[in-house]
Write a protein that binds this ligand. Sequence first.
Ligand code: SAH
Length: 317
Amino acid sequence: MRARIASEGAISVADYMAAANAYYYATRDPLGAAGDFVTAPEISQMFGELVGAALADAWVRAGSPDDACYAELGPGRGTLAADALRVMRRAGFAGEVHLVETSPALRTAQAARLPDGIFHDRIEDIPARPLLLVANEFFDALPIEQWVGNEQRRVTHDGASFALTLAGPIRETSPARAAAASALADHLARHGGAALIVDYGYARGESGDTLQAVRGHEFANPFDQPGEGDLSAHVDFAALVEAASACIVSRVVSQGNWLESLGIGPRASALAARNPDQTAAIAAARRRLCDEAEMGQLFKVIALRHPDWPPVAGLES
Ligand code: SAH
């Protein structure tokens, strides 16, 4: 990037974020205690199980179509898919598994958990079939642009370090996220199915600089050692909803309220009854996923669906 900036001049924040994250994800498994950050499916199996239950429920109420596929955007270690599919298979779902993942390192991890998974580089490459899709912490990793008024912020290098141009009140946009949400909505509108998007961000109208780097479970400077930390930014759910207008989009619900309404309480009790020595850990995982001071309020959930498919549980009623 330093060479590129020297020859082309300052690059957009989106180009910087895309290049840094492409290198970052291609060269490691960033998840878990030994990595840089922990996601909901890595905290507890209850997260993937409830996602699977919601998708299985939509599939059964849609008439259990044989040609429907499980699909996931940015499946990480494959933990969410494994937990969700265990529940979905028990409900009779026997469909294919399609994984949109660009990182060779994470494809290897996913293939170990999901031997039947079929990989794709882009949403547009998923076959023309009804989908039961989930994307957890996928959109936050896609590049954002930053603006001060109508001027785009750029990334320069002064010989010693990367730095941003322009100061002032920041507004963020993300053509990459809008393109992904719109490709997903087009697929659902044409071929049927339902999708869950779970991510951290805001329901509407917030602004400011939300670009962040996380490394070794701590916040880091996003312009220090690009490609060695995870770059992400808060997801503007109103922008996703707008980009997904080709299909029906639910309201935006907080992760905590959604998981509680789907029955994480009874699920935690059932798990604890069978694993009494894990009772405290299961209760702690539920609090981490659902409490407002933890992930419960910051993380949000929306569903997209074909008009002939039923609403996804907990999001439209
Ligand atoms: N969903 C997982 C992992 C979240 S990390 C979990 O919840 O644990 C982000 C994931 O998105 C990683 O798998 C990363 O490799 C993938 N990813 C990031 N940018 C991508 C892109 N442009 N195309 C496809 N996958 C991408």
